[in-house]
Structures are given as C-alpha cells and as structure tokens.
Design a binder for this molecule. Structure first.
Ligand SMILES: [Zn+2]
Length: 157
C-alpha cells in the first residue's frame, strides 16, 4: 500500500463515483496534483507546486459546501403542509407550484406598478430565479395557488 492509497478521497459530489488522485511531474522543478471522478470525469483545479501539492488537491476535492437550510437532510422527506394557499398567504419555506420547487422568503419588494404593491419574494430552488409562476403581474402572481411543504423524518408519522 502506497501513501497515495492511504489518502481518503470523498466520493464525487455529483454522481457519487470513485475519485482518483493523479500526481506527477509538471516541470523540472514542479509537481502537479489533481483529483478527478472516475465516473463522470468532473475534476478540480490543477495544483502545481515545487513541493507536494497533493494535500492541497485532496483538501480542495474533499471540501463540501454546507447543506442549504431549505433542503431536507438525509433521512428527511418533504410532505405537503396543509392545503394549497394563495402565494400571498404561503408561509415562509418550501412550496410546490406544478412541478416546481420554490422557496418563500421573509422578504418582499415593492412592485413598480401604480400604486405600488407589496410583492413577497420567492425563488425557484433549482435555478435560483425569481418565482413568477408563469405570470407577469404582481397582482396575478399573488393569487397563484401553491402547496406549502414541510420536512419530516423518513418513515415517521
Ligand atoms: Zn462524478
């Protein structure tokens, strides 16, 4: 077993595939290290240094962003919470509109209409785009029927 085998690489964050560390000589006085997914081929930046850039490459690969507070953790599922409501009455948190998962925030902006209307800010989870639900006017958007969601332990009551 070599030192390289002993380095614990986390699985690929995208496909769960096995990660592989590639090292070698980059130039006469430099080495390179890079981690690549053996399944989907996603890779981190190429680390090049005069002395053993392996630790930097491994640390970069193993780094994971904290889970979003809006998304359920492992072992949790999303379930409907109460009946469908108009967007303006939707509690803060996740909701479904058609097949779109979105999140209602605690914030609002004033519409550019005359007179201005308070427009609650909601975003599509997947894309981060502002949620309009196919409407283009604040007054129509506020009346969209959406399904609030809650997270519950998997298999729980
Ligand atoms: Zn992968």
């Amino acid at each position: 077993m070599t030192a390289r085998d002993a380095i614990a690489l986390k699985p690929c964050p995208f496909c769960g595939g096995k990660a592989k560390l590639c090292t070698g000589r980059a130039a006469e006085d430099a080495e390179f290290a890079q981690v690549i997914c053996t399944d989907c081929r996603v890779q981190i930046d190429y680390f090049e240094d005069a002395y053993a850039p392996t630790a930097d490459a491994v640390a970069a690969w193993n780094r994971r962003a904290a889970a979003s507070p809006h998304m359920p953790a492992d072992g949790w599922v999303l379930v409907p919470e109460g009946g469908p409501v108009e967007l303006d009455d939707c509690p803060e948190g996740l909701f479904l509109f058609g097949g779109t998962l979105a999140v209602m925030t605690e914030y609002a902006t004033m519409s550019k209409t005359v007179p201005p209307m308070r427009q609650r800010d909601a975003y599509i989870v997947e894309s981060g785009e502002y949620f309009w639900g196919g409407t283009s006017r604040t007054v129509d958007r506020a009346k969209l029927m959406v399904q609030p969601l809650a997270s519950r332990p998997k298999g729980g009551a």
